[in-house]
Design a protein around this ligand. Structure first.
Ligand SMILES: *Cc1c(COP(=O)(O)O)cnc(C)c1O
Ligand SMILES: [Zn+2]
Length: 368
């Protein structure tokens, strides 16, 4: 198993602590995968994402057994005919980031690493801190100083060293990278480290199983750094490659209008995403003005025949209240997904007759 450069093709062993190629391009993961036997996983007594071990970069008996908190296996809630919400807030740290974080920390443990650095707008940092605590790995977590105090408390409770950085989300990333470089630490980044997507891809496997071997016509997916979107796309490619699906569902991405760099690039038909100025959004979890994996996100959306839209601040709050009145309490960022679904219905009325899944990414109590 190696990191392989998306630009020049150089490969690096995992032990190298590389998070970026020497040529400056980002790294992907290369290893041998087996197709999942869903007839077996669907009757497995393991309800966590580890039942998909055949397509994960670990062995059946491996370090993950001591690190798992039972993540995965989240419910698919039927909201109305054709519309399903996948309740990712059932996760151990209350967001979908646990899918990626458990793999990243298990890999760090396997590599014998005892200290990692990560940066996050909150939920990824929380997930890394929790699994880090479980694995006995010291974590330095960088967050913007504007991060919800509830998320910061959650991170601190796990014993991580928290670094609150003034300025933008990008300033936070820069501070984390400076520490990684200075200390030659393992960068447990959900953005740069491709092992994270190997976890988020299980989101799609679960839906496939929960829908009895079918996928919806479209997945609505929020995009900040695109870690759920990239994971979903990788899973779809795998299911296509193994012949388990014949057609890729559309990836319908959602950004906050106030911070929508991928939307702008898509609308202009570009292949790269330029940094924009975040004009301020309540959806803190997707407020990413310069996504490092922009090119890959654009490619995934286009390849699936998908689309991307921006939702207004008002529609996000309305969606949050509407979901709560249906018994579903999500963090504010997460309401953007439902707002996005409603807006897509207007843009594509035919969607009403099609099966759609959107994620409930984080729990309501995470927002102030
Ligand atoms: C992380 C996160 C997102 C967006 O995920 P990206 O990987 O940054 O695209 C959306 N909602 C919530 C609640 C999150 O924690
Ligand atoms: Zn390279």
């Amino acid at each position: 198993m190696n990191y392989i450069c998306s630009g020049c093709g150089s490969s690096y062993p995992l032990e190298s602590n590389k998070w970026k190629c020497d040529c400056g391009k980002l790294l992907n993961l290369e290893y041998e995968k087996k197709a999942i036997d869903f007839s077996e996983t669907s009757i497995s007594r393991n309800h966590s994402l580890w039942k998909y071990i055949d397509s994960l970069p670990f062995e059946e008996e491996d370090v993950w057994e001591d690190i798992t908190l039972g993540e995965g296996g989240t419910p698919l809630i039927k909201l109305s005919e054709n519309v399903y919400a996948k309740a990712e807030y059932y996760m151990p740290t209350l967001s979908f980031k646990d899918r990626g974080a458990v793999l990243l920390i298990a890999m760090a443990k396997k590599l014998g690493i005892d200290r990692v650095v990560a940066d996050s707008s909150g939920n990824a940092g929380t997930a890394i801190a929790a699994y880090g605590a479980r694995a006995g790995i010291q974590c330095d977590i960088f967050v913007p100083d504007s991060t919800s105090s509830k998320k910061i408390k959650q991170i601190e409770a796990h014993g991580a060293v928290i670094h609150k950085i003034p300025g933008t989300r990008e300033d936070t990333a820069k501070a984390a990278i400076a520490m990684v470089e200075k200390t030659n630490s393992f960068y447990a980044s959900h953005i740069y480290n491709p092992i994270f997507w190997e976890g988020t891809k299980t989101y799609v496997y679960e839906v496939f199983e929960q829908m009895n071997g079918e996928l919806p016509d479209a997945f609505i997916i929020p995009v900040g750094n695109g870690t759920l979107l990239m994971g979903a796309y990788i899973a779809l490619q795998e299911l296509m490659a193994s012949g388990q699906i014949a057609k890729m569902p559309k990836l319908l991405a959602v950004q906050a209008e106030a911070c929508a760099p991928v939307l702008h690039a898509f609308a202009e038909g570009r292949n790269t995403v330029d940094a924009i100025k975040n004009s301020g959004t309540i959806a803190e979890g997707i407020a990413i003005s310069a996504p490092a994996r922009g090119t890959e996100i654009l490619q995934a959306i286009r390849d699936s025949g998908g689309d991307i839209i921006g939702v207004s601040e008002e529609s996000i709050m309305d969606a949050r209240n509407e979901l709560a009145l249906k018994g579903i309490y999500v963090e504010i960022t997460s309401a953007a997904n439902y707002a996005g679904y409603l807006q897509y219905l207007e843009k594509y009325p035919e969607l009403k007759e099609q099966k759609v899944v959107f994620p409930l990414c984080g729990a309501g109590i995470k927002s102030n």
